[in-house]
Design a protein around this ligand. Structure first.
Ligand code: SAM
Ligand code: SF4
Length: 326
């Protein structure tokens, strides 16, 4: 599928839940989400129908996210069904890693190719603080298990937060020297929970390059990847920078999103939503396929040229990151 600007759209990010077993300070409210809100979620059967409709139109990469996707019951079954779609070439999952030790083997068996794990600090006490109670050791054990079963290459997502983890940049760089993992620094976005403090805690990724001129720039193998990659000389893994605020990557964007409550979104930062759950629940089975295809095409058509996060007075989006699928 091509959008109005000629960009090839072949990537679907699907959020399977907006619940989570952590409460990261920049993402979730301390109380989590209410049970009532949870009842309006799509079933995994419905989610699969949307993935199948997207796959029929040319989506060949799928990423499962949330909320925390591994708290959703039946997640390995969904992955198994998606991996059975012959046109889907790549299935990945983004997780906080807390339940990864338990699930890694089953996920691999179900057909998952690789994982991204969110890790903002390598310090146990700081991890407990930023996640409001998480145990760093569970995530580290999950990472080891994922490596062992071959959910690779593993990418770590690290949100750079002023006054919190800037002092750990060197430790993350050192990690890529000894371990075959990519560490990707993500700029804090002013969404939902982070809206209030993102401006004062925001740190541009460029400070890392200024402090580490020895980093070797690498050719981007995947032009649509939002990350620009570098390598510490001699390191096994890479360092990536995802700079949604200071450097947009919209001109290469190849994705659409499906929220856990059944809305297709043309862009993370767009308020436009297309209600596919309504199609799935109200339309007759015979008509559904055609209406779903129309909805997918509408989402692709609705992709904006770029988001306005770095512009003064841009309209804030209504959803938190965990409600869209980060
Ligand atoms: N629970 C999973 C996890 O943490 O990996 C998947 C969902 S989480 C919403 C996906 C990613 O979004 C995480 O890497 C998280 O750090 C990032 N994220 C959440 N809120 C953010 C914000 N305001 N700015 C930048 N990244 C954010
Ligand atoms: Fe949960 Fe991921 Fe949000 Fe942290 S970033 S609260 S792990 S959804």
């Amino acid at each position: 599928m091509r959008d109005e600007l000629g960009r090839k759209i072949n990537y679907l990010r699907i959020s399977v839940t907006d619940r989570c077993n952590l409460r990261c300070r920049y993402c979730m409210p301390p109380e989590g989400i209410s049970k009532k809100e949870h009842d309006v979620m799509m079933t995994l059967e419905e989610a699969f129908e949307v993935v199948r409709a997207c796959a029929a139109l040319g989506i060949d990469k799928v990423r499962i996210t949330g909320g925390e996707p591994l708290v959703r019951k039946g997640i390995t079954g969904l992955i198994k069904r998606i991996s059975g779609l012959s046109s889907v070439k790549d299935i990945a999952l983004t997780t906080n890693g807390i339940l990864l030790k338990q699930y890694a083997y089953d996920l691999k068996q179900a057909g998952l190719n690789r994982i991204n794990v969110s890790l903002d600090t390598l310090d146990e006490a700081k991890y407990r603080d930023i996640t409001r109670g998480g145990d760093l050791n569970q995530t580290l054990e999950g990472l080891r298990e994922a490596q062992m079963v071959g959910l690779t290459p593993i990418k770590l997502n690290t949100v750079l937060i002023g006054g919190f983890n800037v002092d750990e940049i060197d430790s993350f760089l050192a990690l890529t020297v000894t371990e075959p993992v990519d560490v990707r620094f993500i700029e804090l976005m002013p969404l939902g929970q982070a809206g209030a403090w993102a401006k004062e805690r925001f740190v541009s990724n460029s400070i890392i390059l200024q402090k580490h001129p020895e980093l070797i720039p690498l050719e981007n193998e995947d032009k649509s990847s939002p990350a620009k990659y570098y390598r510490v000389p001699g390191a096994k893994g890479r360092i990536g920078f995802i700079n949604p605020i200071s450097h947009q990557f919209c001109s290469h964007c190849n994705r659409i999103r499906l929220t856990a409550d059944g809305k297709l979104k043309p862009c993370l930062h767009s308020n436009q939503e297309i209600d596919v759950k309504a199609i799935l629940r109200q339309e007759k089975p015979g008509e559904r396929e055609q209406l779903l295809a129309q909805a997918v095409k509408q989402a692709v058509k609705g992709k904006p040229e770029q988001h306005g996060l770095n512009q003064e007075g841009c309209e804030p989006i209504g959803r938190d990151m965990f409600r869209i699928g980060g």
